[in-house]
Design a protein around this ligand. Structure first.
Ligand code: JFZ
Length: 442
């Protein structure tokens, strides 16, 4: 942190974490689901029999495709197998507590019938709103909904990457009005949504809009008290994004951990954060050809545990197909993660950074406001002995496995506050959780 602060009009307006109940709930979610769905799901990463090398949802930017041909996909949007309740139940059974859904990705196609453009579901063969059934279904299943919204819009005539001429500036002013209208429209049409996840905010044109974006954020927060907005929405008047020119986080949580995780608590600077993750290396929208390394459920559970151990949420992406169904590989992973969560989610939900020294066997989490610590084990020591260092004046009252709460594990004190917990090396190829009930030493 700079000792000398510069005066900012459009920097951060708060320091430290939010303490209200909406944000407390978000912080305790642990696991979320991301949905990338739009017209790009129809080609699924393939055009005229050729594979696009980038992420499937970026295919419109591929030189091999005329923009008009891509934009005409609107006439093919007819997802006859779309079932909002099924999507919500897949997420719920996985153990997700919230979902982030693309209302509009970079291509500009709106999954809701926006009044401000004709490029929406209303003008597709499907005709109906997609967002309303989704918001209702997830809400009914008990999951919070966050609306993903791309500022960058390839379909809008006023969008610019930079503003260099008077004409650019006039066009972009129109685009800003459009953006504001759409955001107010979304918040008004879907009052159950808890927050906005912004994307496509990195181009110079938008980075220069510190005042406009700051005022729009204030307007949205006034309209919807408690609204959660990530750090990717706006820049300060010096063009600094995520963190303002005084290095203070802008927005309610850091949106920077994308497809990577922090390695230590120092990396997260005391802020809330979430990590959004793809199952293949980098595919968000549906891609027929899932090439390269596909993460296993064990890897994804490990990432969830690591995120929670460092005070963040882990949000796993799904890319439904053009017909509205979810691919079998994603369903299988969701159900495997769900099987694990059904037994072990106590170590994930409403858990936080433990403050304990990291050990080689895996990750510590701690139940909020409780004297309960969890060891989430990914690397089983052949000795069966798990090292734990507790803070001074802390003892272990009881230790057990979440899979077998009635059997006490042997605890050996090796130094003061330093212990070995003994658990038989498991033959199961699944991570497991050891619980420590701690108490103050006399
Ligand atoms: C963006 C999008 O372009 C992409 O299609 C997807 O929607 C993803 C969730 O967000 O891609 C990004 C944005 C930021 C980073 C990486 C990919 N980043 O900060 O590392």
């Amino acid at each position: 942190q700079n000792a000398e602060r510069i005066k900012l009009k459009h920097g951060s307006h708060r320091e430290g974490k939010r303490t209200d109940s909406v944000m407390q709930k978000w912080r305790g979610n642990g696991l979320g689901q991301f949905i990338h769905w739009g017209l790009y799901a129809i080609p699924g990463g393939e055009w005229n029999g050729k594979q696009y090398n980038g992420a499937a949802e970026w295919i419109r930017s591929w030189n091999g495709i005329p923009k008009s041909a891509y934009d005409s996909l609107i006439y093919k949007f007819n997802p006859i197998n779309f079932n909002a309740d099924e999507w919500a139940s897949i997420a719920k059974n996985m153990g997700a507590k919230y979902v982030t859904i693309t209302t509009k990705h970079h291509d500009g196609f709106c999954l809701w019938p926006s009044k401000y453009t004709s490029y929406t579901v209303a003008n597709s063969p499907w005709k109906k709103d997609i967002m309303k059934p989704l918001v209702d279904a997830y809400d009914k299943a008990g999951l919070d909904v966050i609306l993903y919204f791309s500022i960058m819009d390839w379909n809008h005539p006023g969008w610019r990457y930079d503003i260099k001429t008077k004409a650019d500036s006039i066009a972009f002013e129109g685009f800003k009005k459009f953006t504001r209208n759409q955001l107010i429209e979304l918040l008004t049409m879907y009052p159950k949504a808890k927050g906005l996840w912004f994307d496509g905010t990195w181009d110079k044109s938008w980075v220069k809009q510190a005042k406009f974006a700051d005022e729009l954020e204030a307007e949205m927060r006034k309209l919807r008290p408690g609204l959660i907005i990530g750090s990717r929405f706006r820049a300060d008047e010096y063009g600094k994004r995520h963190f303002d020119s005084n290095n203070v986080l802008m927005g309610d949580y850091e949106q920077g951990w994308e497809r990577k995780l922090p390695n230590s608590i120092a990396d997260v600077h005391g802020n809330d954060w979430d990590c959004v993750m793809t199952i293949p290396e980098n595919q968000w929208g549906y891609n027929k050809a899932w090439k390269g390394h596909i993460k296993s459920s064990n890897e994804l559970i490990e990432m969830t545990a690591k995120a929670v151990s460092l005070g963040g949420n882990f949000v796993l992406n799904f890319g439904p197909k053009g017909d509205g169904s979810i691919r079998d590989e994603e369903k299988k992973l969701a159900s495997e993660i769900g099987d694990w969560m059904k037994v072990n989610s106590e170590a994930i939900y409403n858990c936080e950074y433990s403050g304990l020294e990291k050990q080689d066997w895996g990750y510590f989490t701690k139940k909020r406001e409780k004297d309960k610590v969890y060891l989430i084990i990914f690397n089983t020591p052949v000795s069966g002995a798990y090292r734990v260092k507790l803070p001074a004046k802390t003892a272990i009252a009881k230790s057990y496995l979440l899979t077998n709460p009635n059997m006490d594990l042997r605890v050996e004190e090796v130094h003061s506050n330093e212990y070995f917990i003994y658990a038989k090396p498991t033959t199961e190829a699944k991570p497991f959780v050891i619980v420590l009930d701690t108490k103050k030493k006399e």
